[in-house]
Design a protein around this ligand. Structure first.
Ligand SMILES: NC(=O)C1=CN([C@@H]2O[C@H](COP(=O)(O)OP(=O)(O)OC[C@H]3O[C@@H](n4cnc5c(N)ncnc54)[C@H](O)[C@@H]3O)[C@@H](O)[C@H]2O)C=CC1
Ligand SMILES: O=C(O)[C@@H]1CCC=N1
Length: 282
Protein backbone atom coordinates (compact mmCIF):
# COMPACT_ATOMS: atom_id res chain seq x y z
CA UNK A 1 0.00 0.00 0.00
CA UNK A 2 2.71 2.47 0.95
CA UNK A 3 5.51 1.43 -1.44
CA UNK A 4 4.63 4.05 -4.01
CA UNK A 5 4.11 6.97 -1.68
CA UNK A 6 6.68 9.72 -1.54
CA UNK A 7 7.54 10.80 2.00
CA UNK A 8 8.99 14.19 2.99
CA UNK A 9 10.63 14.48 6.40
CA UNK A 10 10.85 18.04 7.71
CA UNK A 11 13.57 17.69 10.34
CA UNK A 12 16.44 15.24 10.14
CA UNK A 13 17.04 14.35 13.77
CA UNK A 14 17.04 11.08 15.67
CA UNK A 15 13.28 10.45 15.36
CA UNK A 16 13.15 11.10 11.61
CA UNK A 17 16.16 8.83 11.11
CA UNK A 18 14.63 6.08 13.28
CA UNK A 19 11.43 6.09 11.19
CA UNK A 20 12.93 6.23 7.72
CA UNK A 21 15.77 3.81 8.52
CA UNK A 22 13.13 1.40 9.87
CA UNK A 23 11.05 1.76 6.70
CA UNK A 24 14.12 1.16 4.56
CA UNK A 25 15.42 -1.77 6.66
CA UNK A 26 12.00 -3.45 6.59
CA UNK A 27 11.95 -2.82 2.79
CA UNK A 28 8.60 -1.04 3.03
CA UNK A 29 9.64 2.16 1.28
CA UNK A 30 12.59 2.55 -1.03
CA UNK A 31 15.13 5.30 -0.26
CA UNK A 32 14.31 6.97 -3.62
CA UNK A 33 10.87 7.77 -2.22
CA UNK A 34 12.18 9.33 0.98
CA UNK A 35 13.00 13.05 0.96
CA UNK A 36 14.66 14.69 3.96
CA UNK A 37 15.41 18.28 4.91
CA UNK A 38 16.42 20.16 8.04
CA UNK A 39 16.89 23.77 8.96
CA UNK A 40 20.60 24.38 8.57
CA UNK A 41 22.82 21.34 9.07
CA UNK A 42 23.74 20.33 5.49
CA UNK A 43 26.49 18.04 6.75
CA UNK A 44 23.89 15.97 8.61
CA UNK A 45 21.82 15.69 5.40
CA UNK A 46 24.83 14.42 3.48
CA UNK A 47 25.59 11.85 6.17
CA UNK A 48 22.02 10.55 5.94
CA UNK A 49 22.14 10.51 2.15
CA UNK A 50 25.34 8.49 2.17
CA UNK A 51 24.19 6.08 4.86
CA UNK A 52 20.66 5.34 3.55
CA UNK A 53 20.52 6.59 -0.03
CA UNK A 54 17.62 8.96 0.80
CA UNK A 55 16.99 12.13 -1.19
CA UNK A 56 18.14 15.24 0.66
CA UNK A 57 17.88 18.96 0.01
CA UNK A 58 17.87 22.16 2.01
CA UNK A 59 15.12 23.45 -0.27
CA UNK A 60 11.66 22.94 1.23
CA UNK A 61 10.15 23.44 -2.21
CA UNK A 62 12.17 20.55 -3.70
CA UNK A 63 11.46 18.27 -0.78
CA UNK A 64 7.73 18.93 -0.76
CA UNK A 65 6.98 19.19 -4.47
CA UNK A 66 6.33 15.48 -5.00
CA UNK A 67 5.43 14.44 -1.45
CA UNK A 68 2.26 12.46 -0.74
CA UNK A 69 2.99 12.33 2.98
CA UNK A 70 4.75 15.07 4.96
CA UNK A 71 6.27 14.08 8.30
CA UNK A 72 6.87 16.99 10.67
CA UNK A 73 9.88 15.91 12.75
CA UNK A 74 11.46 19.07 14.10
CA UNK A 75 11.48 20.11 17.78
CA UNK A 76 8.16 21.51 19.08
CA UNK A 77 9.78 24.93 19.63
CA UNK A 78 10.40 25.17 15.88
CA UNK A 79 6.83 24.47 14.81
CA UNK A 80 5.69 28.00 13.98
CA UNK A 81 8.71 28.97 11.95
CA UNK A 82 8.87 25.53 10.31
CA UNK A 83 5.28 25.57 9.10
CA UNK A 84 5.59 29.16 7.94
CA UNK A 85 8.49 28.08 5.79
CA UNK A 86 6.74 25.05 4.26
CA UNK A 87 3.07 25.88 4.10
CA UNK A 88 3.08 27.41 0.63
CA UNK A 89 4.46 24.12 -0.73
CA UNK A 90 1.86 21.99 1.04
CA UNK A 91 -1.69 21.26 -0.07
CA UNK A 92 -4.88 19.58 1.03
CA UNK A 93 -3.94 16.56 -1.10
CA UNK A 94 -1.03 15.74 1.18
CA UNK A 95 -1.30 13.77 4.39
CA UNK A 96 0.52 15.54 7.24
CA UNK A 97 1.91 13.43 10.09
CA UNK A 98 3.36 15.17 13.13
CA UNK A 99 5.59 13.43 15.66
CA UNK A 100 5.95 16.61 17.77
CA UNK A 101 5.24 16.17 21.48
CA UNK A 102 2.53 18.49 22.78
CA UNK A 103 1.62 20.17 19.48
CA UNK A 104 -2.07 19.73 18.64
CA UNK A 105 -3.55 18.91 15.23
CA UNK A 106 -5.73 21.99 15.60
CA UNK A 107 -2.69 24.24 15.95
CA UNK A 108 -0.94 22.60 12.99
CA UNK A 109 -4.05 23.11 10.83
CA UNK A 110 -4.24 26.72 12.01
CA UNK A 111 -0.61 27.33 11.02
CA UNK A 112 -1.07 25.55 7.67
CA UNK A 113 -4.11 27.66 6.92
CA UNK A 114 -5.77 24.93 4.85
CA UNK A 115 -7.63 21.68 5.36
CA UNK A 116 -4.91 19.11 4.81
CA UNK A 117 -5.52 16.03 6.98
CA UNK A 118 -3.22 16.11 10.03
CA UNK A 119 -2.53 13.02 12.15
CA UNK A 120 -0.52 13.24 15.35
CA UNK A 121 1.73 10.24 15.79
CA UNK A 122 3.84 9.35 18.78
CA UNK A 123 6.45 6.74 17.85
CA UNK A 124 9.72 5.98 19.56
CA UNK A 125 13.26 5.43 18.38
CA UNK A 126 12.80 1.62 18.38
CA UNK A 127 11.23 2.28 14.95
CA UNK A 128 14.80 1.92 13.67
CA UNK A 129 14.62 -1.82 14.45
CA UNK A 130 10.94 -2.28 13.57
CA UNK A 131 9.87 -2.34 17.24
CA UNK A 132 8.25 1.03 17.90
CA UNK A 133 4.99 1.19 19.75
CA UNK A 134 3.34 4.08 17.94
CA UNK A 135 0.19 5.86 18.99
CA UNK A 136 -1.81 7.82 16.43
CA UNK A 137 -4.60 10.34 16.77
CA UNK A 138 -6.47 11.89 13.84
CA UNK A 139 -7.23 15.59 13.49
CA UNK A 140 -10.39 17.16 12.08
CA UNK A 141 -9.92 16.63 8.33
CA UNK A 142 -8.77 13.01 8.51
CA UNK A 143 -10.86 10.27 6.85
CA UNK A 144 -10.68 6.48 7.11
CA UNK A 145 -8.37 6.21 4.13
CA UNK A 146 -5.89 8.69 5.65
CA UNK A 147 -5.92 6.63 8.84
CA UNK A 148 -5.35 3.40 6.91
CA UNK A 149 -2.35 4.93 5.12
CA UNK A 150 -0.94 6.24 8.42
CA UNK A 151 -1.39 2.88 10.08
CA UNK A 152 0.12 0.94 7.25
CA UNK A 153 3.16 3.24 7.18
CA UNK A 154 3.77 3.01 10.91
CA UNK A 155 2.99 -0.72 11.16
CA UNK A 156 6.07 -1.15 9.02
CA UNK A 157 8.15 0.01 12.01
CA UNK A 158 6.25 -1.56 14.91
CA UNK A 159 2.79 -1.80 16.40
CA UNK A 160 0.20 0.96 16.12
CA UNK A 161 -2.60 1.98 18.48
CA UNK A 162 -5.15 4.74 18.00
CA UNK A 163 -6.24 7.06 20.83
CA UNK A 164 -8.19 10.29 21.25
CA UNK A 165 -5.97 13.35 21.09
CA UNK A 166 -6.67 14.17 24.75
CA UNK A 167 -4.77 10.99 25.70
CA UNK A 168 -1.64 11.85 23.77
CA UNK A 169 0.08 13.59 26.69
CA UNK A 170 -0.18 10.40 28.72
CA UNK A 171 0.91 8.06 25.93
CA UNK A 172 3.83 10.34 25.06
CA UNK A 173 5.16 9.78 28.58
CA UNK A 174 5.07 6.02 28.00
CA UNK A 175 5.47 5.28 24.29
CA UNK A 176 7.60 8.28 23.30
CA UNK A 177 9.79 8.98 26.33
CA UNK A 178 9.60 5.50 27.89
CA UNK A 179 12.58 4.00 26.06
CA UNK A 180 14.87 6.64 27.60
CA UNK A 181 13.83 5.55 31.08
CA UNK A 182 14.53 1.93 30.20
CA UNK A 183 17.97 2.83 28.82
CA UNK A 184 18.68 4.83 31.99
CA UNK A 185 17.80 1.80 34.10
CA UNK A 186 19.97 -0.45 31.95
CA UNK A 187 22.85 2.04 32.27
CA UNK A 188 22.52 1.79 36.06
CA UNK A 189 22.65 -2.01 35.84
CA UNK A 190 25.70 -1.87 33.55
CA UNK A 191 27.36 0.45 36.09
CA UNK A 192 27.21 -2.32 38.69
CA UNK A 193 29.42 -4.60 36.59
CA UNK A 194 32.80 -3.16 37.55
CA UNK A 195 32.08 -3.50 41.24
CA UNK A 196 30.84 -7.05 40.65
CA UNK A 197 34.18 -7.71 38.95
CA UNK A 198 32.38 -9.40 36.09
CA UNK A 199 33.51 -9.45 32.50
CA UNK A 200 31.85 -6.38 30.95
CA UNK A 201 30.74 -8.05 27.73
CA UNK A 202 29.30 -11.09 29.49
CA UNK A 203 27.58 -8.93 32.11
CA UNK A 204 25.98 -6.65 29.52
CA UNK A 205 24.71 -9.63 27.55
CA UNK A 206 23.26 -11.23 30.68
CA UNK A 207 21.47 -8.00 31.61
CA UNK A 208 19.91 -7.49 28.17
CA UNK A 209 18.83 -11.14 27.83
CA UNK A 210 17.44 -11.08 31.38
CA UNK A 211 15.32 -8.01 30.50
CA UNK A 212 14.17 -9.58 27.23
CA UNK A 213 13.20 -12.79 29.09
CA UNK A 214 11.34 -10.84 31.78
CA UNK A 215 9.31 -8.99 29.13
CA UNK A 216 8.59 -12.28 27.31
CA UNK A 217 7.33 -13.85 30.54
CA UNK A 218 5.15 -10.84 31.45
CA UNK A 219 3.62 -10.91 27.97
CA UNK A 220 2.86 -14.63 28.15
CA UNK A 221 1.31 -14.82 31.62
CA UNK A 222 -1.92 -13.67 33.22
CA UNK A 223 -0.05 -13.00 36.45
CA UNK A 224 0.50 -9.45 37.68
CA UNK A 225 4.02 -8.02 37.88
CA UNK A 226 3.80 -8.45 41.66
CA UNK A 227 2.94 -12.13 41.35
CA UNK A 228 5.86 -12.75 39.03
CA UNK A 229 8.37 -10.92 41.17
CA UNK A 230 7.14 -12.72 44.27
CA UNK A 231 7.87 -15.97 42.41
CA UNK A 232 11.49 -14.86 42.14
CA UNK A 233 11.87 -13.88 45.77
CA UNK A 234 12.87 -16.47 48.41
CA UNK A 235 12.69 -15.65 52.14
CA UNK A 236 16.08 -14.45 53.28
CA UNK A 237 17.42 -14.80 49.75
CA UNK A 238 19.23 -12.61 47.26
CA UNK A 239 16.16 -11.07 45.54
CA UNK A 240 14.72 -9.98 48.86
CA UNK A 241 17.98 -8.26 49.72
CA UNK A 242 17.86 -6.36 46.42
CA UNK A 243 14.15 -5.53 46.55
CA UNK A 244 14.55 -4.15 50.07
CA UNK A 245 16.92 -1.51 48.67
CA UNK A 246 14.38 -0.55 46.00
CA UNK A 247 11.56 -0.33 48.52
CA UNK A 248 13.62 1.69 51.00
CA UNK A 249 14.45 4.18 48.23
CA UNK A 250 10.79 4.26 47.07
CA UNK A 251 11.76 3.18 43.59
CA UNK A 252 8.18 2.66 42.39
CA UNK A 253 7.16 6.13 43.57
CA UNK A 254 10.11 7.58 41.67
CA UNK A 255 9.14 5.76 38.46
CA UNK A 256 5.54 6.91 38.83
CA UNK A 257 6.64 10.52 39.34
CA UNK A 258 8.91 10.22 36.31
CA UNK A 259 6.04 9.16 34.00
CA UNK A 260 3.64 11.74 35.45
CA UNK A 261 6.19 14.57 35.06
CA UNK A 262 6.72 13.63 31.41
CA UNK A 263 2.95 13.69 30.76
CA UNK A 264 2.66 17.06 32.54
CA UNK A 265 5.48 18.45 30.42
CA UNK A 266 3.58 17.44 27.29
CA UNK A 267 0.59 19.47 28.54
CA UNK A 268 2.88 22.42 29.29
CA UNK A 269 4.33 22.26 25.77
CA UNK A 270 0.77 22.51 24.42
CA UNK A 271 0.17 25.64 26.52
CA UNK A 272 3.53 27.22 25.69
CA UNK A 273 3.84 26.41 22.01
CA UNK A 274 0.53 25.26 20.60
CA UNK A 275 -2.00 27.93 21.49
CA UNK A 276 -4.09 29.57 18.80
CA UNK A 277 -4.38 33.33 19.47
CA UNK A 278 -7.91 34.07 20.77
CA UNK A 279 -8.53 36.80 18.19
CA UNK A 280 -8.37 34.21 15.36
CA UNK A 281 -10.93 31.80 16.87
CA UNK A 282 -14.36 32.40 15.35
N1 LIG B 1 13.62 11.41 19.91
C1 LIG B 1 12.57 10.67 20.28
O1 LIG B 1 12.70 9.59 20.86
C2 LIG B 1 11.18 11.13 19.94
C3 LIG B 1 10.96 12.38 19.44
N2 LIG B 1 9.69 12.79 19.14
C4 LIG B 1 9.47 14.10 18.56
O2 LIG B 1 10.26 14.17 17.40
C5 LIG B 1 10.66 15.51 17.16
C6 LIG B 1 12.13 15.54 16.82
O3 LIG B 1 12.85 15.02 17.90
P1 LIG B 1 14.36 14.55 17.70
O4 LIG B 1 14.49 13.86 16.39
O5 LIG B 1 14.73 13.85 18.95
O6 LIG B 1 15.07 15.98 17.62
P2 LIG B 1 16.47 16.38 16.96
O7 LIG B 1 16.92 17.62 17.62
O8 LIG B 1 17.35 15.18 16.91
O9 LIG B 1 16.06 16.75 15.45
C7 LIG B 1 15.33 17.87 15.09
C8 LIG B 1 15.61 18.14 13.62
O10 LIG B 1 14.73 19.17 13.14
C9 LIG B 1 15.46 20.08 12.34
N3 LIG B 1 14.72 21.35 12.30
C10 LIG B 1 14.55 22.25 13.30
N4 LIG B 1 13.81 23.28 12.84
C11 LIG B 1 13.49 23.01 11.55
C12 LIG B 1 12.77 23.68 10.53
N5 LIG B 1 12.22 24.86 10.77
N6 LIG B 1 12.68 23.10 9.31
C13 LIG B 1 13.25 21.92 9.06
N7 LIG B 1 13.96 21.23 9.98
C14 LIG B 1 14.07 21.77 11.21
C15 LIG B 1 16.82 20.13 13.02
O11 LIG B 1 17.78 20.66 12.14
C16 LIG B 1 17.03 18.64 13.31
O12 LIG B 1 17.47 17.97 12.16
C17 LIG B 1 10.31 16.31 18.41
O13 LIG B 1 9.23 17.14 18.11
C18 LIG B 1 9.92 15.26 19.43
O14 LIG B 1 8.86 15.70 20.25
C19 LIG B 1 8.62 11.96 19.27
C20 LIG B 1 8.77 10.71 19.76
C21 LIG B 1 10.05 10.19 20.19
O1 LIG C 1 11.68 14.28 24.86
C1 LIG C 1 10.79 14.61 24.07
O2 LIG C 1 10.18 15.68 24.26
C2 LIG C 1 10.45 13.73 22.90
C3 LIG C 1 9.01 13.32 22.91
C4 LIG C 1 8.98 11.88 23.29
C5 LIG C 1 10.39 11.48 23.23
N1 LIG C 1 11.17 12.49 22.98
Amino acid sequence: MIQNYKLAFIGAGSMAEAIFSGLINQKKVSPENIYVTNRQDEERLHVLQKKYGVQVSSSNEQILAKADIVILAMKPTGIKQAIQSIRSYTSENQLILSVLAGITTEYISYLLGHKAPVVRVMPNTSAAVGSSVTVISPGEHVNDNHLKVTESLLKAVGIVKQVKEKDLDSVTAIAGSGPAYMYYLVEGMFNSLDELQLDRKLGEELILEMIQGSVDLLKSTNQTPKEVYLNVKSPGGTTEAGLNVLENQQFQEIIKDCIIKAAERSKEITKEMSTIPKSTIT
